[in-house]
Design a protein around this ligand. Structure first.
Ligand SMILES: [Mg+2]
Length: 396
């Protein structure tokens, strides 16, 4: 299966937070950094300052020479980490498969979301802006490697003095040709020393690395020769490393057109509940809180939840709860842009329950059989009775 990986990077993160705290900084040349008297360096600089040649890691004293009006600010890391957490929560709300790599960067694996990767990325970008006020850029590709390089590449194309807010998509199959002309240092594993060695041999672009002989590659990269050849061709199968256990399992969908037809919304809710149930069972987890998320066409977002008496991983129980929540909370006639279902308060499934409730036991076996068939024949082979517009007594 072709993966869908997104790399998200907040644009000039510290400076963007400073602008939110003090809007008068907007558009000005300013930076977050250490004192110019000591050996302070610039940590982050505004895009206006970048146009004067200021960049991060530059000694503050040198930055002030290039840009004498540079305003130095620093509101403290507490603000930065608060904003960072808000952003990461939004990402984890989109998919549980998030790998945070720094305070302002993360990868998301959205392979199991049905929308095109570009629209997932653009929804994320809008949502991060709407809910935190922070601009970000995203790279989309089939791997972490290419998504990250794509994002860096896309951001560099913008030289307007404003935050880039780019979305760069590399289509499946285009990875190698996208990387080929780029400077070798854009590739992971090529630091300044290796770059110097490669340049001595006339290798300046990533495409050239892929064409080196085995012997040449080995002499430069040693035991990493083969993996560097694969990287240079844009091949990277490493999965995201997700910290700890997931706190929730959820699925959501953004409609191509906003929807206000309740029957249609319920059908989608049914499908999302099935998916959440199947992902829980796959992970051998169950949860006792069911959540729904409704986002209206104006981006107002509402989440509602209710607790179950017991943990569950059953589609029907998740759907029953989600349906009740939706019917109770949906504002009639208001077009819906996104609908989501999630289960939290995760635990291992309680199997004792079934000893006392043979009905639940039978359901579990049926669900297991359905999962196995879906696994073997694809997701659409088995449709529930009510997704074919019949009543929902399929399990009763
Ligand atoms: Mg950043």
């Amino acid at each position: 299966m072709t993966r869908k990986i997104i790399h998200l990077d907040l644009d000039a993160f510290f400076c963007s937070v400073e602008e939110l705290l003090d809007p008068s900084l907007k558009g000005k040349m300013f930076a977050v950094g250490g004192s110019p008297s000591g050996r302070g360096v610039i940590t982050s600089c505004s895009y206006a300052a970048r146009q004067k040649g200021v960049h991060s890691a530059m000694p503050t004293s040198q930055a002030l020479k290039l840009c004498p009006n540079l305003i130095l600010v620093h509101s403290g890391f507490k603000h930065y980490s608060d904003y960072s957490r808000k952003v990461m929560d939004i990402l984890r709300d989109t998919t549980p498969i998030v790998e945070q790599i720094s305070v302002d960067e993360a990868f998301l694996d959205v392979s199991d979301m049905p929308q095109p990767i570009k629209s997932i990325a653009s929804d994320l970008q809008k949502r991060v802006m709407q809910e935190t006020g922070l601009p970000c850029s995203l790279g989309c590709a089939t791997s972490r490697l290419v998504a990250k390089i794509a994002n860096d590449f896309g951001k560099k194309q913008v030289k307007t003095g404003r935050s880039p807010q780019q979305i760069t998509v590399i289509e499946p199959g285009e990875e190698e040709s996208f990387l080929a002309p780029l400077d070798i240092q854009a590739l992971w594993g090529v630091g300044p020393k290796t770059a110097a060695q490669l340049k001595k041999r006339g290798v300046e672009s990533i495409g050239k690395i892929a064409t080196l002989s085995d012997v040449e590659l080995k002499s430069i990269f040693g035991q990493h020769a083969e993996s560097m050849r694969r990287r240079a061709k844009g091949i990277d199968n490493t999965p995201l490393s997700v910290d700890g256990d997931p706190k929730s399992v959820s699925n959501e969908t953004t409609f191509h057109e906003d929807q206000d037809d309740i029957q249609y919304l319920l059908k989608v809710l049914r499908h999302l509940s099935d998916k959440v149930g199947s992902r829980l069972r796959k992970a051998e987890l169950a949860g006792s809180v069911v959540q729904i998320k409704i986002r209206y066409s104006d981006f107002t977002t509402l989440t509602r939840q209710s607790s179950l008496k017991e943990c569950t991983d059953l589609d029907q129980l998740i759907y029953d709860e989600a349906q009740a929540l939706l019917l109770k909370n949906l504002i009639k006639g208001r077009p819906v842009r996104l609908l989501g279902v999630g289960v939290t308060k995760l635990d291992k499934p309680h199997h004792q329950l079934s000893l006392w409730e043979p009905e639940t036991d039978r359901k579990k076996e049926l669900v297991k059989a359905v999962d196995e068939l879906r696994e073997r024949f694809g997701k659409d082979i088995i449709k529930r009775a009510d997704s074919l517009d019949e009543t929902k007594n399929h399990f009763d």
